[in-house]
Design a protein around this ligand. Structure first.
Ligand code: TRP
Length: 336
C-alpha cells in the first residue's frame, strides 16, 4: 500500500490567533488534511515560543488559544495528528543530534539571526551578538527537527520561512550522506504572497508588528479595530483607489467575486471610508462568527483540549519513536 503524503506544519505559540493565521495557514491546512491521500501533522510549536518571549503566561495562554482555534476551525483530531511539540520529547532529542552535524556557518547565515546582528550594528553596539540568545541562533535546527522527526514530505509555510526549509533539507542531506538514509527530504510549499493579509497599519499582518485583527474578538471590538485601519484622507464622494488600500485588501480576502466587483464600483463612486469600513466589518463578522461560537464553546472545556493533545502526542510518538530509534543507532547511541 503506498503511504500517504505527510504534510506537516506548526504555529509558534507566542500570540493570539488572528484572521491572517486563519485565512493563510489554519483553514488551508485543515482543508488539506481532509484529502484522502494526505496524513497531516499539525502542531503547536510551544518550544519555539521561548525564542520570542520569556513570559510564561504568554506562552501558556497562547498555546491554549491556538489549540482551541485549530479545533474551532474544524481540525479533526481523529484523522490528523494534532499535538504539542513539548509533549513529544523525541523532537528535542533529535534537535541535539542534528546540531552536532550542522555547520555553525550555516546558522550564521540565517535571516533572523542576521537581522538581529544588523540591528546591533546599526546601534553601534560593541557586541554584534548583544541580546541574541542561543535559542534564536539555533532556531533553524529545532525547526528542522520538527520536520525531520516525522519524515514529512511537504511543509506549507509562509515566504519568511523558506530559508528554514532550505536549511532543513541541507541538514537532512548531510545526515543521510554521512550516516546513511534515514530522513525524507521535505519540500516547502510556500503560500502565495498575494494571499497575505495586511494588518491595520497596512504592513503584513503579523504578531511581531502588533497590527493584527485577533480572530475571536467580539463584534464591538472588531468594529473598533476596523475603524482604526489606516486610510488616506479622501473625502466621501471622491473616487478612491482599491490598489494598495488596506480596507479593500482585507475585504477582498473574505468576499465573493460579486461582492468584490460591487466594492470596486463603490470605490470608483467615492464610497466614504466610514461606509467601506462598515461593510468590511459586516463581512468579517459574518466570516468569523461561526468559528467564534465554536471557539467559545471549546474554550470552556480545557480538559477536552488537554486530552485531545495528549492523545495526539501518543499518535505522533508512534511515528517519531521508530525514526528516532534508527537515528540513534546510526549515530552510535545504542545498547551493548
Ligand atoms: N517557525 C514557524 C513560524 O514562525 C513555525 C514552525 C515551527 C514551523 N516549526 C515548524 C512551521 C515546522 C512548519 C514546520 O511560522
Amino acid at each position: 500500500m503506498p503511504s500517504n503524503k505527510r504534510v506537516l506544519t506548526g504555529i509558534t505559540t507566542s500570540g493570539i490567533p488572528h484572521i491572517g493565521n486563519l485565512a493563510g495557514a489554519i483553514l488551508p491546512a485543515i482543508s488539506e488534511s481532509k484529502k484522502e491521500k494526505t496524513s497531516s501533522f499539525l502542531f503547536l510549536a510551544d518550544y519555539h515560543s521561548l525564542i520570542k518571549t520569556l513570559d510564561p503566561d504568554l506562552t501558556h495562554n497562547s498555546s491554549f488559544e491556538i489549540a482551541a482555534c485549530w479545533l474551532a476551525c474544524g481540525l479533526d483530531p481523529k484523522t490528523t495528528t494534532f499535538y504539542r511539540q513539548s509533549d513529544v520529547p523525541h523532537i528535542m532529542e533529535l534537535a541535539w543530534i542534528l546540531s552536532c552535524l550542522t555547520a555553525k556557518g550555516l546558522l550564521n547565515r540565517a535571516h533572523a539571526y542576521k537581522a538581529a546582528v544588523s540591528l546591533n550594528e546599526d546601534k553601534n553596539s560593541q557586541d554584534p551578538d548583544k541580546g541574541i540568545t542561543m535559542g534564536l541562533f539555533n532556531y533553524p535546527i529545532l525547526m528542522a527537527a520538527d520536520i525531520l522527526m516525522f519524515n514529512a514530505d511537504e511543509v506549507p509555510v509562509g515566504q519568511d520561512q523558506k530559508q528554514h526549509l532550505e536549511m532543513t533539507r541541507d541538514i537532512a542531506n548531510r545526515f543521510n550522506h554521512h550516516y546513511g538514509e534515514v530522513f525524507t527530504i521535505p519540500e516547502a510549499v510556500i503560500s502565495d504572497e498575494t494571499g497575505i493579509l495586511p494588518g491595520i497599519d497596512g504592513q503584513k499582518m503579523s504578531k511581531s508588528y502588533d497590527n493584527t485583527i485577533p480572530a475571536f474578538i467580539d463584534t464591538t471590538k472588531l468594529k473598533k479595530l476596523v475603524n482604526k485601519i489606516k486610510t488616506n484622507s479622501l473625502e466621501p464622494g471622491e473616487p478612491k483607489d482599491t490598489e494598495g488600500c488596506t480596507v479593500f485588501s482585507l475585504y477582498k480576502a473574505f468576499a465573493s467575486t460579486e461582492q468584490i466587483l460591487s466594492m470596486q464600483e463603490a470605490y470608483k463612486n467615492g464610497i466614504s471610508w466610514g461606509e467601506a469600513k462598515n461593510q468590511l466589518h459586516d463581512l468579517l463578522e459574518e466570516f468569523i462568527s461561526p468559528y467564534r461560537e465554536e471557539y467559545l464553546r471549546i474554550s470552556k472545556d480545557r480538559g477536552y483540549v488537554e486530552q485531545t493533545l495528549k492523545e495526539g502526542a501518543e499518535k505522533a510518538m508512534q511515528v517519531s519513536s521508530p525514526i528516532l530509534e534508527s537515528v540513534r543507532k546510526k549515530v552510535g547511541i545504542k545498547g551493548f
